[in-house]
Design a protein around this ligand. Sequence first.
Ligand code: PGA
Length: 248
Amino acid sequence: MNIISVKNYQEMSKVAAEMLIEKLSATGVNVMGLATGGTPEGMYKQLVKLASERNFSFKDIHTVNLDEYVGLSDEHPNSYHTYMRNHLFDHIDIPDANTHLPNGLAENLDGECERYEKMITDLEQVNIQLLGIGANGHIGFNEPGTSFNSKTQVVQLAESTREANARFFENEAEVPTHAITMGIQTIMESKEIVLLASGSSKAEALYELICGKQVTEKVPATVLQRHPNLTVIADEEALHLVNSVQHS
Ligand code: PGA
C-alpha cells in the first residue's frame, strides 16, 4: 500500500489529478473506474484543467462508474449520470458511448447488474479504479456486511449513508433507499486502485483500512489491504488517527 499524505482537500485534488493523468498517458491504459460524491469533485476540476492545458485527449478512454441510485433517471439532478456530466464528461472530449454507469431505472434490476458486470468483463480490466471511502468503511455502495465475493448488485443503503448523502438532496427522505453498485470482487479485480479521503469524518474508516489488524466484511474497505496495487491519497484530517498511532 502506498500512502500519500497531503495537507488538505485542495492538495489531495491536485495530487490525484496529476497522478491520474500521468497514468492515463501510459500506453495500454484505457479503462478508468470512476467514483462520485463530495471527495472527487475537486480532483475532477483539476483533471479537466490539466487535460486542457496539456491537450490530453480522452477519446480512446472508457469509463466505468462504481454506482448509481435506483429510481433516479439519467437526467435527475442527483443522479450520478448528471454528476459525471457536470463534473467531467461535459468538459472533456470523451465519446458518450465510452462512458458507462448502471441504469438505476432498469425494469429488471438484476438483469441490469449482470449486463453491467459483463460490460466490465468485456472491457477486459479496469486499469485504474478511483475510490472514495464511506465514514462507515463502505466502498462503492458496498455497505458493512457485504460479501467480499460480491459482483455488481442491488444494495440497500445504510441509514448513515443516506444521512451523509442528504446534503446533496432537498432532504433525507428524497435520498433513494437502494443503489446498483459494483461488487467488492469487481472492485478488487481492477489492476490498480487510487483511494481518496479528506476530512476527519473519514479518519476511523481510514484507520481500519491502513492499520486495522483484521480484514473483515464488517469494514468493507479493509479488503483493500489485500490489493496488490493500492495508493491512498489522504489529507491530514483524514489521517489523524493513523498518524497519532504511528507517532505514539
Ligand atoms: P463522499 O462519499 O466523497 O461524498 O464523502 C464517499 C463515499 O461514500 O464513498
